[in-house]
Ligand binder design. Structure first.
Ligand code: NI
Length: 167
């Protein structure tokens, strides 16, 4: 297993849409393991392949305290959604920035697992927010892009300043 480098906003590679995974093979399974390890090490509750500069439709999520309930979604599709929920989100690609985003309250997602098997999952609460956030990454969208232009400008300035300070 390996810890992968997470792209940092506003890296333009975060805006690249991910391709569908045609076959869930050993290379995909290795990527699942590496992404899970990278997410747990960060630590975070979700990671999309886009964030590690792999532009394939794969996300990993684990919202458990014990880090023992890994959810793998390959080629995820939201087939139903209801309600509206506004909650504060953060992102491993936008460190230290948290803001409110509006999402569907409940979603039904259909995807393949790491064995290539198709499953359907109904999610609500944090898991539903997480699924929608990570699926946005696969479309090339980062959560801060829902905020006003003014806020986005401030966030970019803050992150660039921090980047300069660490060089
Ligand atoms: Ni994110």
């Amino acid at each position: 297993m390996a810890i992968l480098k997470i792209l940092q906003y506003p890296d333009v590679r975060l805006n690249k849409p991910a391709r569908k995974i045609e076959q869930v093979d050993k290379a995909v399974q290795k990527l699942v393991q590496d992404m899970a390890q990278t997410m747990y090490a960060a630590p975070g509750v979700g990671l999309a392949a886009t964030q590690v500069d792999v532009h394939q439709q794969l996300i990993v999520i684990d919202i458990s305290e014990e880090h023992d309930q890994l959810n793998v979604f390959i080629n995820p599709e939201i087939i139903a959604s209801t309600g509206v929920e506004i909650s504060e989100e953060g992102c491993l690609s936008v460190p230290g920035i948290y803001d409110k985003v509006q999402r569907a309250e409940k979603v039904t997602v259909r995807a393949q697992n790491e064995k290539g098997e198709i499953f359907t999952l109904e999610a609500e609460g944090l898991l539903a927010v997480c699924i929608q956030h990570e699926m946005d990454h696969l479309k090339g969208k980062v959560f801060v892009e829902y905020l006003s232009q003014l806020k986005q400008g401030r966030i970019r300035a803050k992150l660039k300043k921090r980047l300069r300070e660490t060089l």
